[in-house]
Design a protein around this ligand. Structure first.
Ligand code: CA
Length: 223
């Protein structure tokens, strides 16, 4: 028994997957194709995180969702699968290459009508949405893109979320390097700065969940 979060060894991790994760055939195929064809496959979220996010969306009855950083599409499918038939997911990415695989799997999953992809810098798309009167209209937003721009995406996302909406931000433990004072790499420093910013933000309810590479959950507690 332990009253602090376990660090999972391989055996415990395998066990967790075996008793709690039911990855669909399609998602497994996408994960394997990404691993085979993309040198950045480590950027893909884990199956247990995908299933957890799907559960969160169901829990809040999310209908409109936004994803910042789509890569080859794994998380977008976990999100879109949780939305009702008339739900909508807006995806932001600036790589036509990486999202080609995402598009292929959206088709295979029959999700192509639910998902709209914007291929440009996410901050531009988010500003367009804000200008287009979509402020306060999203139930769920997932940030998983360039770490330097996390503070910008965070502020734009908080404007786009409805009160009580959920914001999930990926990689906030950054392989643990955020806790290593010797590590001064730009990505590490960016995540550290971001975590401090969230810590000091009293407008929101927050929890850093040690799933995957660290997933910060934020509930917007203001209009
Ligand atoms: Ca990530």
């Amino acid at each position: 028994m332990s009253n602090r979060t376990l660090s999972l060894d391989d055996r415990t991790h395998e066990y967790l997957l075996s008793v709690s994760v039911a990855e669909s055939e399609l998602l497994r195929e996408l994960r394997e194709e990404t691993a085979a064809e993309n040198q950045f496959a480590v950027m893909q979220i884990s199956p247990e995180q995908g299933q957890f996010m799907n559960l969160l969306l169901k829990l809040i009855g999310a209908k409109r969702a936004l994803e910042i950083g789509t890569f080859t599409g794994y998380s977008s499918i976990c999100i879109a699968n949780a939305l009702p038939d008339d739900g909508e997911l807006i995806c932001c990415d600036n790589s036509g290459d990486w999202t080609l695989m995402a598009r292929k799997y959206w088709q295979k999953a029959g999700l192509q009508d639910k998902i709209k992809l914007y291929l440009q810098d996410a901050s531009i798309t988010l500003q367009l949405l804000l200008d287009g009167a979509f402020a306060g209209s999203f139930d769920f937003i997932f940030i998983d893109a360039d770490k330097q721009n996390y503070p910008l995406y965070y502020e734009q996302s908080l404007k786009l979320l409805r009160k009580g909406g959920l914001l999930a931000i990926d990689n906030t433990l950054w392989s643990g390097s955020v806790a290593d004072p010797e590590n001064m790499e730009p990505g590490t420093r960016a995540i550290r700065r971001f975590n401090e910013m969230v810590k000091n933000d009293n407008r929101v309810i927050k929890s850093l969940v040690p799933i995957g590479d660290g997933l910060t959950l934020i509930v917007k507690d203001f209009e």
